[in-house]
Design a protein around this ligand. Structure first.
Ligand SMILES: [Zn+2]
Ligand SMILES: [Zn+2]
Length: 371
């Protein structure tokens, strides 16, 4: 049987620290995930056993004095039997359809977060720092699922294949079926000392901040995809993607149609008759808008390039303003006399029917009502 000091590659007078360092280095080298195969796994058992003995002062003292030492993991007979079995089983599995054992490492799921934007953010684009709650890599075990310094061991039941075969007698003769091994869930290995931080999952839940530039032109229901920013997979598997679903809140004044913004401009009767310059509070700031004398209710005035920058493109849409002439409802006696005088002098025609005309303005109103 191999000498424990030789197995770890340290001198007989090595300090506990040196022994620990040597073990850690070898454990990393011989980790079954890095070195699949019986060879590394057997050496790993030897190394772990040597460390168990030499790291315990009492056991080390007894070993140094040539005392009894458990041959577990180092017995030639045991290893020999295992090798024979593996060879036999490996050959059988290779010819059959059992396949390889399952990997603990799997791709993580996609994650979804919602972000609520104002119309202003849609027009100009915006930047957000989003709190995202996902599985992240366990810092303690780095996804190995094992307590630091330990490692998965080959499953006793399926001997590492992840599968067990069952022979069932039937009318047609013996039928051999292959099932995932129930003892190791098909992984081929078991974890004797699961990492305490992640309960052997290789990942923990954590909140982190994801910074994202949201481009102009997005709309409610749209999902932005951030590849590789989702959940880390089981056993530190690759990340899923992160999706950011957009929700745009209703704006008091402006609504959207394609890349255009729509609004209503309320104009008093005198302003509609005489014309004026209106100063509009657009999302870009104040814009002067000429209202020609005699503007009609339902006329649509267009302010070029004050709409939304499309998601794919750079030319902004327009701001379209539907004119709504506000009829005065409360007149004092003097105002009433003025209007009556005006009516007499202008000889305006009496109300009369004309062809039904659904103007652009009423279309705009309908859209507003429908949201
Ligand atoms: Zn862990
Ligand atoms: Zn198993």
């Amino acid at each position: 049987m191999a000498d424990h000091y030789e197995v770890l590659g340290v001198a007989r007078d090595a300090t506990p620290d040196e022994i620990k360092k040597a073990y850690r280095r070898l454990a990393r080298e011989l980790h079954p995930d890095v070195n699949p195969g019986e060879d590394a796994s057997e050496r790993f058992k030897l190394v772990t056993h040597a460390y168990d003995v030499l790291s315990d002062p009492q056991q080390r003292a007894r070993y140094d004095m040539g005392g009894n030492d458990s041959p577990f993991g180092g017995g030639g007979g045991f290893g020999g039997f295992g090798d024979i079995f593996e060879t036999f089983f490996g050959a059988a599995a290779g010819g059959g359809r059992a396949g390889r054992p399952r990997s603990r490492r799997e791709r993580g799921q996609d994650a979804l977060v919602h972000v609520t934007l104002e119309l202003r953010d849609v027009v100009f684009g915006t930047h957000r720092d989003l709190d995202v709650d996902t599985a992240v890599l366990c810092e303690t075990c780095q996804g190995s699922c094992c307590q630091p310094g330990t490692s998965p061991v080959t499953c006793d039941i399926c001997h590492g294949s992840g599968h067990v075969q069952q022979t069932v007698r039937s009318l047609l003769g013996n039928v051999v079926t292959t099932h995932p091994c129930g003892s190791c869930q098909g992984y081929g290995t078991t974890i004797p000392y699961p990492c305490a931080t992640c309960q052997g999952q290789g990942r923990v839940r954590a909140r982190r901040t994801v910074s994202i530039d949201i481009p102009a032109g997005v709309e409610s229901g749209l999902r932005l995809q951030l590849p590789g920013s989702g959940e880390v997979g089981p056993a530190g598997g690759p990340h899923g993607d992160l999706y950011i679903e957009i929700d745009v809140t209703h704006h008091e004044v402006f609504s959207r149609e394609g890349d255009d913004l729509l609004a209503t401009l309320e104009v008093s009767m005198p302003d509609a008759i005489l014309g004026t310059t209106a100063t509009i509070d657009s999302l870009d700031g104040p814009v002067d808008l000429e209202i020609r004398p005699g503007v009609q209710a339902g006329d649509v005035l267009t302010i070029k390039g004050r709409g939304i920058t499309p998601l794919r493109g750079s030319q902004r849409g327009d701001l379209r303003v539907g004119v709504h002439v506000v009829t005065p409802t409360r007149l004092d006696a003097k105002e009433r006399a003025l209007i009556e005088d005006f009516a007499k002098k202008t000889k305006a025609p009496a109300p009369h029917l004309a062809e039904f005309h659904q103007g652009l303005f009423s279309k705009l109103r309908d859209r507003f009502r429908n949201g």
